[in-house]
Write a protein that binds this ligand. Structure first.
Ligand SMILES: [Zn+2]
Length: 276
């Protein structure tokens, strides 16, 4: 499932391919994804110029020259494929095909169809029902230890679980929360309210660092390792704990290595010695 850095990499790759281009043809190949497409979706996009792309949490938006915005979520398995227009018939899971006036083609492919697309006005985008209750963007300057402290206050659930709550901080998922808690030395099972200010002074920079490093890795994957099929957003990334159960712990001298536990139905990877 794509998390914030993967979505930001998709946004960046699409901005390179789509910004400034006009949509010469849009094919909507089914009536719905997770929810129905808005009425006349393809018709309303056709002929419009894409001015820019933005991101909020794990959503991104295409901003059109008539003030409309296409809001996109990739869901569990949604992928954006960048290529050229050709005669190849679309695949079974190619649900939306955007043809651009420079001969480029962007295909939204989603086997499980948990993704979604909606149409709104750019002026109303942040008050869209899917976006308005989201917490702060973790990479914004406004996301500080004080702000996170307010989000954790009074919450007795595990800090790992509360950090996945999109109203506390937006865009974090299982992978980057595990990584950030490891770097900050905070046990994932701690009750959220018990994390002290001096620990938040480590956790907030750790969150920003893991995301920034992953976005940088995604950006360099766009430049250096463009996949032949043009798929955006997935790249090799050196996680310290994620999916490394039983491997040596890179951050300390513990004998046990990286452990795994299940919280809220999701795997957490951690070190029992480094994280307290
Ligand atoms: Zn360790």
């Amino acid at each position: 499932m794509p998390e914030l850095p993967e979505v930001e990499t998709v946004r960046l790759g699409l901005e390179i391919a789509m910004a400034g281009r006009r949509l010469s043809r849009v094919q909507q190949r089914r009536p719905d994804l997770r929810r129905p497409f808005p009425p006349f979706f393809a018709e309303r996009l056709t002929g419009r110029r894409i001015e820019s792309l933005s991101r909020r949490a794990k959503y991104f938006a295409l901003h059109l020259d008539d003030g409309a915005a296409v809001l996109v979520h990739l869901g569990m398995s949604g992928r954006m494929l960048v290529g050229r227009q050709d005669d190849t018939p679309p695949g079974a899971h190619d649900h939306v095909i955007f043809d651009l006036d420079d001969g480029g083609r962007v295909t939204f492919n989603d086997a499980r169809r948990f993704g979604l697309m909606d149409l709104t006005d750019t002026a109303d985008l942040l008050s869209h029902p899917l976006l308005r209750d989201l917490g702060p963007e973790p990479l914004d300057k406004a996301f500080t230890p004080k702000v996170l402290a307010a989000g954790l206050a009074g919450r007795s659930s595990a800090v790992k679980v509360v950090l996945l709550d999109q109203t506390v901080v937006a865009g974090l998922g299982n992978i980057y929360v595990s990584e950030a808690l490891y770097r900050a030395g905070i046990a994932p099972v701690r009750e959220a309210h018990s994390v002290k200010p001096r620990e938040l002074d480590k956790l907030v920079p750790a969150i920003k660092d893991v995301l920034t490093e992953a976005i940088a890795a995604g950006g360099s994957s766009l430049r250096d390792h463009r996949r032949p099929d043009g798929e955006l957003g997935y790249f090799q990334h050196g996680f310290k704990v994620y999916d490394r159960e039983g491997e040596p712990c890179p951050g300390c001298t513990c004998k046990e290595g990286i452990r795994r536990l299940v919280q809220g139905g999701r795997s957490t990877f951690y070190c029992a010695k480094k994280q307290r």
